[in-house]
Design a protein around this ligand. Structure first.
Ligand SMILES: NC(=O)c1ccc[n+]([C@@H]2O[C@H](COP(=O)([O-])OP(=O)(O)OC[C@H]3O[C@@H](n4cnc5c(N)ncnc54)[C@H](O)[C@@H]3O)[C@@H](O)[C@H]2O)c1
Length: 428
């Protein structure tokens, strides 16, 4: 009987390393198709939550588009990896994090490979994590053995847009042999509807890094143009450029965050000796952006600032390469007193993450020279107008990265506040 059939009939289950957004959602999508899984993670909290039949991520169900509860019985979680491995499993998913502090990081990948290597059989290993070029050949194969059946099937999900999931999005898969590719596709097609096969694992490794590096370059070019033409509404220029059939729409912001786009050039560069100058230039723009903003705001007389949102995207509690935190540091270096707020983080968490002072917004904030909306959390959009205006007493300038308060621009003007979307005319 094929592996696919065994999984669908409940004779076999999948094992997933990593109970993060990616690993847990893999388990959820397979469970909905009737396939059982065991998730292995080193985080006892996540194990406990999943073992209690709960979903560890707020709002995940909005994104994946279904309620996981009816399928919870099919999702187990443990940290007792040896017990799971020694029973022998036909298929492993690797969904652990592969970046740390903004750099490609392979420790977790190496660790889980050394654990999978103890499986008594010859399992199929499907990697969902983002890999740097050559990690399959240089890291995974030496640990798993040259006969290892490895498929590289990176994820492309966009967590804040419902429906942009592993089920609906095109998925690229490459493998260490043709037979392994066929096996991987037969398993992945249980949950993914659009699969593109790559001729090798090396190709699919690079696809994920290169596609995000492309976006990085486009975004950074937009940022730099917005600095070069401060007197022109570059936001509008970029939006209108995006109306051309073959041009993507980008908008300027205070920096890019998250696991993928900021470090994609680093993943690509890590596999080659040949410098790709465009990537170095783009990374330089991202590095200098917060410093330039801080300098210009100081020049405009800003001495106190409040940053709203340290998550890298709205309604998601992830602060990797956080633009808000990076700007807070640059503002403080410039001599500006900075407060921070994020409804998804406790005061203690904010204190651990930044030297800026956490505040209870919108309940206790007044006389701040500049408010920077770094993230479009729903809580900020939902502040009643009168309450919002109260918090703006003494405010001179609002810098809004996304435009959540754009329709209030005229009212702000009557209050003596200059409101700008990042990249609009005279935004800095
Ligand atoms: N989140 C995204 O937007 C996204 C999108 C596409 C691809 N990816 C990629 O998918 C991978 C996972 O992303 P994520 O968002 O789920 O990350 P995450 O940080 O939410 O989860 C990773 C999980 O792996 C666990 N882990 C770390 N080391 C481990 C080990 N040695 N053994 C077992 N568990 C271990 C962590 O405790 C954590 O629960 C990354 O490579 C990421 O780049 C992420």
């Amino acid at each position: 009987m094929s592996l696919r059939k065994k999984l669908l009939q409940g004779d076999k289950e999948i094992v997933i390393f990593g109970a993060g957004y990616i690993g847990y959602s893999t388990a959820a999508f397979f469970a909905r198709k009737g396939v059982a899984s065991t998730i292995i993670d080193i985080d006892p909290q996540k194990i406990e939550i999943i073992s209690q039949g709960r979903t560890p991520y707020k709002d995940m169900e909005t994104w994946i588009g279904f309620d996981v509860k009816p399928f919870n019985a099919l999702i187990k979680a443990t940290s007792d990896w040896l017990k799971v491995i020694l029973r022998g499993n036909p298929v492993y998913f690797i969904s652990v994090n592969t970046e740390k502090d903004g750099e490609p990081w392979d420790n977790a990948l190496s660790d889980v490979c050394s654990k999978i290597a103890k499986d008594p059989g010859r399992p199929l290993v499907i990697v969902e994590s983002t890999l740097a070029p050559n990690w399959t050949d240089n890291i995974m194969k030496p640990i798993l053995g040259s006969r290892a059946k490895i498929a590289v099937a990176p994820r492309r999900d966009w967590f804040t847009l419902p429906g942009m999931t592993v089920e609906t999005l095109d998925r690229v898969v490459g493998a260490t042999s043709k037979k392994t590719l066929g096996q991987a596709i037969s398993v992945l097609s249980i949950i993914s509807t659009k699969i593109h096969s790559a001729s090798s694992h090396r190709v699919s490794e690079l696809v994920k890094a290169v596609e995000n590096a492309y976006r990085n370059i486009g975004i950074m070019l937009g940022y730099e143009i917005s600095l070069a033409y401060l007197n022109t509404n570059i936001r509008e220029v970029l939006r209108l450029c995006g109306t051309k059939w073959n041009v993507d729409e980008y908008y300027p912001s205070i920096g890019i965050g998250g696991y993928c786009i900021p470090i994609a050039p680093k993943y690509v560069l890590s596999g080659t000796e040949i410098p790709i100058q465009l990537f170095h230039a783009a990374m330089d723009v991202d590095r200098k952006m917060p410093r330039i903003i801080a300098y210009r705001l100081f020049e405009r007389g800003i001495r106190t600032a409040l940053i709203l949102g340290i998550s890298y995207k709205g309604n998601l509690k992830v602060h990797i390469a956080s633009p808000g935190l990076r700007l807070a540091d640059a503002l403080m270096d410039q001599g500006i007193k900075v407060s921070i707020h994020d409804p998804l983080y406790s005061r203690e968490e904010l204190e651990q993450l930044s030297n800026a002072s956490p505040v209870d917004y919108p309940n206790s904030t007044q006389n701040i020279d500049c408010i920077i909306v770094a993230c479009d959390h729903d809580q900020y959009k939902a502040i009643p107008k009168e309450k919002l205006y109260e918090t703006l007493e003494g405010c001179k300038r609002i810098l809004d990265c996304i435009g959540i308060w754009a329709e209030l621009k005229d009212k702000f003007k009557t209050m003596g506040i200059e409101y700008h979307l990042v990249g609009d005319e005279n935004w800095l």
